[in-house]
Design a protein. Structure first.
Ligand SMILES: Nc1ncnc2c1ncn2[C@@H]1O[C@H](COP(=O)(O)OP(=O)(O)O)[C@@H](O)[C@H]1O
Ligand SMILES: [Mg+2]
Length: 342
């Protein structure tokens, strides 16, 4: 295995929010499984930059949580053999916080800003010239004595990540050389991730067992790794050394993750949509308040997968449960309820 890159972190409180098991993170592209179209485009940009002996252009990763955006930023840092400085939109409260980080960057360093859609306006405006012209404009002093000073920056690379590309302003989005959308993983890629994690956790898992875990991971590596750990717990407690298909199924049934990868909350969302709102259309805020759930969590985490499964549709008038959602819950579907929509 390749050596772990040293991640120099200015704001360490942010990295602690990341996965609890850093050992499961991929290091180089060779360990980053799946997302082949993103990986090949990114590798091309990296190769071209290296051939020109230049830094990589700023890049943006977007897509639902847990699909590997942060991991990919570290992979890029590893491939380029550069430092990765990590921060996030909410951590950059004042322009001074950003200025302090930017002015410390060395040439080709990567600055990773997670949740970049959550930058305050002032911080975001400081980022524009910092991205485009490698310059920070600072206002020194106050009132009539105030002066603007421009500090030149090294040619660093900004990697932004967001679960909500739609919430980013156009001027910010336009300043990235490329934007990559990460998609849900197929079962084959997830099986490979699961098997790799099992090996690292010194767990004896059969390929059938891995496939069961993969197929219930809602297309998401973070969830796959979590389920691997729960299945491992199950094995430990029941003193089962080799985990096969049957054991994996028993363990995941215990944790109420079904064969679609849906958990009790997914089922509650669908049944609320169907029973309280006659299948919709209903606005996301109304649905969230009926569920006592945060709108952001619903939109970022639950909804993309339910849409992917074909259980929910987004319409201009709100969310609608599809016929598949009714049959998934074993409910009768009456199409006449939404004559104009379906
Ligand atoms: N392509 C991948 N190959 C292997 N493991 C991955 C991959 N993508 C993500 N993971 C695993 O999933 C976890 C979550 O990924 P992360 O990069 O934190 O997602 P995001 O930043 O998009 O929320 C990582 O810790 C890593 O273990
Ligand atoms: Mg992340």
């Amino acid at each position: 295995m390749t050596e772990a890159p040293t991640h120099n972190t200015i704001l360490s409180k942010q990295t602690q929010l990341e996965d609890q098991t850093p050992a499961l993170r991929p290091y180089g592209f060779s360990e980053y499984i799946g997302q082949s179209s993103v990986v090949s485009r990114l590798q091309l940009m990296i190769q071209a930059a290296q051939a020109r002996k230049e830094g990589l252009e700023h890049v943006l990763f977007h897509g639902p949580p847990g699909l590997g955006k942060t991991s990919l930023a570290y992979v890029v840092g590893h491939e380029l053999k550069v430092r990765v400085v990590v921060t996030s939109g909410p951590a950059l409260e004042r322009t001074g916080d950003l200025a302090a980080i930017l002015t410390q960057l060395k040439a080709r360093d990567i600055l990773f800003i997670d949740e970049i859609h959550r930058l305050s306006r002032g911080v975001e405006e400081m980022l524009y010239p910092a991205m485009e012209d490698y310059r920070v404009d600072l206002i020194i002093g106050q009132g009539p004595m105030a002066k603007t000073t421009s500090i030149p920056l090294q040619r660093y690379t900004l990697i932004g990540a967001t679960t909500r590309a739609g919430l980013m302003t156009a001027p910010l989005r336009d300043r990235f050389g490329a934007a990559f959308r990460l998609n849900f993983y197929d079962t084959e890629a997830l099986s490979n991730i699961v098997l790799k994690s099992a090996t690292r956790l010194k767990m004896d898992l059969t390929s059938d067992g891995a496939e069961v875990i993969a197929s219930r991971s809602r297309g998401t590596p973070r969830i796959a790794n979590r389920l691997v750990r729960r299945v491992r717990d199950y094995g430990h407690v029941h003193k089962i050394t080799s985990i096969d298909e049957e054991v994996a199924k028993l363990a995941l049934d215990l944790f109420e993750v079904d064969t679609y990868g849906c958990d009790p909350m997914d089922r509650t969302i669908l049944s609320t949509l169907i029973q309280k709102f006659s299948g919709g259309p209903v606005g996301i805020e109304t649905l969230a308040s009926a569920l006592s759930e945060d709108v952001g969590t619903l939109e970022d985490y639950y909804e993309p997968y339910l849409i992917q499964l074909g259980f929910i549709k987004r319409t201009p008038r709100g969310r609608v449960a599809t016929e598949q959602a009714y049959s998934y819950l074993g409910m009768a579907y009456e199409q006449s309820e939404h004559p104009t929509l379906l």
